[in-house]
Design a protein around this ligand. Structure first.
Ligand SMILES: [Zn+2]
Length: 439
């Protein structure tokens, strides 16, 4: 067949990526979140290519295979670069007002390594400012944060409420979250976390606050379609196992999927609660017991680990991810973005997981993509590069996946494709003026 004839038979696609040094598909023969050794399998295609049409991936393979059948409206030459699924961030408190840099300075100046707990005053400051903020203001704040996440390669993010702690304010946060999902190209998955901690009006009477969460927040969030998940903080400073179970049982009856914050500051049974209610995920898990970890494995509960939270709190204590992986707990990684841990970048999460938790780069990448997608119930759509999935794709300006973790502190993202649209393209940006030496 002559060259002209062959070209004629090639189908047009919107975006064709070719020549990737490594293309990480994250495709596995078994379904479900990855555990154990499977967390190291990135499904790498060398000299990889990917074809995108109408927002979906329609072909993945080597450059030779894919370019035989497809030609591009927009061609991306990924020579020397890494192509992979964009990041999913399965744990943030995206929507709050105010900031806590004074609290940070206090932590830095603290003479004790152990006395790094946040004072109630600082937490309450965030609650106060969030309650005062109008929905429009919360949306504006959220948009800026989503921009930062997108620039660093995150295209799906879970957003938990939890800084309102009244029914009206929690619903405002969820309303803002819904609008953010509509307005921004990043997909935002909404979680009600009215039971984040006990607000001052209920101090000394946490059961009465739990009743408010059960009788007002959960049913209203569910009936208005404002949340998909419900999360509870099971810690000494927040709610007991029994209270957490009450909230999550009611949440499940109302159609919300359960999640648990647990064992961040001590062994308070968070992992056990998550297993007992068949939660989708258990999050933090710094102090979880071996039995708790085995219970998570037995129920297939995903451990969402947040190294940046421990880093920002300066506790020097990280979740035992190696023990979890050895026990076949599926591990995911999130930023833990909130007013205490102001960090939007999943690349840095990966670097911290490698350095502080001894995850290999491959395990950390699995944890921040496909396993994170399972943790927010989006694995049918995103988290891997395979035919039929949504085209949420990153081109990184590095030759292989180990640079994630190894090279940190700068943004490795070269391009972000979201729903088949190029939303970040650093080749198209104007060159910084300090590069111009010709004048
Ligand atoms: Zn949290």
């Amino acid at each position: 067949m002559g060259k002209a004839a062959r070209t004629k038979t090639r189908d047009n696609v919107d975006i064709l990526i070719i020549n990737a040094k490594e293309l990480l598909t994250l495709v596995d023969t078994e379904a479900g979140p990855r555990t154990g050794k499977r967390m190291r399998e990135l499904g790498i295609i060398r000299d990889g290519a990917l074809a995108i049409r109408e927002g979906r991936i329609i072909a993945v393979g080597t450059t030779r295979e894919v370019s035989r059948f497809y030609k591009a409206g927009y061609l991306v030459n990924a020579q020397g670069k890494t192509v992979m699924p964009s990041f999913v961030d399965p744990h943030t408190h995206l929507v709050f007002s105010g900031s806590r840099e004074e609290d940070f300075q206090t932590r830095v100046e603290s003479t004790s390594n152990t006395d790094t707990s946040v004072s109630n005053f600082d937490l309450l400051q965030t609650v106060k400012e969030t309650r005062r903020a109008r929905v429009e203001t919360l949306v504006e704040l959220g948009l800026e944060r989503l921009d930062a996440m997108l620039m660093h390669g995150t295209t799906t993010v879970e957003a938990k409420s939890g800084y309102g702690l009244t029914t009206a304010s929690e619903l405002n946060i969820l309303e803002a979250t819904k609008r953010l999902n509509q307005l921004h190209s990043v997909n935002v998955v909404s979680t009600l976390m009215g039971a984040n901690f006990v607000p001052p009006e209920f101090s000394g009477n946490p059961d009465a606050y739990v009743d408010l969460v059960l009788t007002e927040m959960v049913p209203k969030a569910a009936s208005k379609g404002l949340a998909e998940f419900c999360d509870v903080c099971c810690e000494k400073s927040a709610f007991t196992s029994e209270q957490a179970k009450r909230v999550l049982t009611k949440a499940k009856e109302s159609g919300l999927k359960p999640k648990v914050h647990g064992d961040e500051t001590g062994r308070w049974g968070g992992a056990e609660v998550a297993a007992s209610v068949n939660a989708v995920s258990a999050e933090h898990l710094v102090y979880s017991s071996p039995q708790g970890i085995k219970a998570l494995a037995a129920k297939g509960v995903i451990a969402v680990l947040l190294p940046a939270v421990a880093f920002s709190m300066m506790t020097r204590k990280y979740a035992d991810a190696r023990m979890m992986i050895d026990n076949d707990v599926p591990v995911a990684l999130g930023t833990g973005f909130d007013a205490e841990c102001w960090m939007e970048n999943q690349q840095l999460t990966i670097a911290m997981a490698c350095h502080f938790m001894r995850l290999t780069p491959a395990e950390a990448i699995t944890a921040a993509t496909v396993n994170a997608a399972y943790a927010v119930n989006r694995a049918g759509e995103v988290g891997t590069l395979e035919v039929g999935k949504r085209a949420d794709v990153l081109v990184l300006g590095v030759p292989n996946h180990r640079f994630l973790g190894y090279r940190f502190g700068v943004n490795l993202v070269d391009k972000v494709i979201k729903n088949g649209r190029m939303v970040v393209d650093r080749d198209k940006q104007d060159e910084p003026i300090f590069l111009s030496k010709t004048e």
